[in-house]
Write a protein that binds this ligand. Sequence first.
Ligand code: PLP
Length: 378
Amino acid sequence: MMAPMRIADFALERYFARWEFAADHLLCASDVEAYPMAEMLALADDETRALWDRLHLGYTESTGHPLLRREIAGLYETLEADDVLTFAGAEEAVFCLMNVLVGPGDHVIVTWPGYQSLHEVARAAGADVTLHELREADGWALDVERLRLEVTPTTRLIVVNAPHNPTGMLPDRATFDALVTVAADAGARLFMDEVYRGLEFDETDRLPTGADTQADGVSLGVMSKAYALAGLRIGWLATRDRELLARVAAFKDYTTICSSAPSEILAIMALRARDRVLARSRAIIAANLELVDAFFDNWADRFAWVRPRAGSIGYPRLTVPGVRIDDWAAQLVETEGVLLIPGSQFGQPGNHFRLGFGRTDLPEALDRLEAFARKTLR
Ligand SMILES: Cc1ncc(COP(=O)(O)O)c(C=O)c1O
């Protein structure tokens, strides 16, 4: 009998395990500066305040609190509460969905470089995975014509993360429509990782969701990024394919069973106040981006920078001959306490690195980066 395939380490999470709570400044974080508890509670309406005050800390409904699922469904055009299933973060949702959806004999196409679990879990489940490479020379854009050529007769699933980690890529509407057509022509399901949705720099660039666009399309969402509440560990899958959702719910019985009771209530509060929550996130990012742009303007002869269109992260490249980003970033964190993520953590050779601009300590972190660059790159 064949031994079951072991899943590979999640490189970026192993890197964070070493540095996340040891470095002074995470100039690579993908989440937005988290809400302090008191500020979140101040956003509560009467109903959520009462839910919070009377909360019993027992098990919760395994599909998610009905009010939470209703709020989440409200983020979509065509969905109802029963089209939503909650998880402990987006990460658990990816793990459960891929295990249910694909296996040996299935071909899956996934955008890359990217969040490792989007391709690693499918591979560990036995699927044949093709990485759809995004290229700096294309401004990191999806190449829909190339994607069409990557389709095979067994392509079951096309996984696209947009707004994208780590590049900040967001397809324009024509490219998104072309992607939907490729998936339809292939008879493949679209799985859209939309965890950075809501952080478009120009709100008119916001795309329709995967779950609204395709009858069996699946959207992935989370409270961690645009909603600045990573510590809640509340994520979700949304799809009108209820049969699929039921199968994923059955799989979840082997992972967390149900969500954390306090987190569910806090997530309902945040979603009801989402205009204010998103405005806060977008304001932090807009202020930080000005500084990041100025930095890359000053250092245009040392770094290549494709400006993101959305999200809280970008993927610049160190262009100084003979300086390897892995070495430079290691020295940076050791001497200045500023953490970047080299592209090698995404499995990509070369000199790219992820830079995050969702945290309020960015001005200080960027000052230290600048000082280090002056010492080492002049
Ligand atoms: C593209 C993408 N998908 C999913 C996730 C998982 O989100 P969470 O850590 O909140 O579960 C992340 C987190 O960085 C991400 O960047």
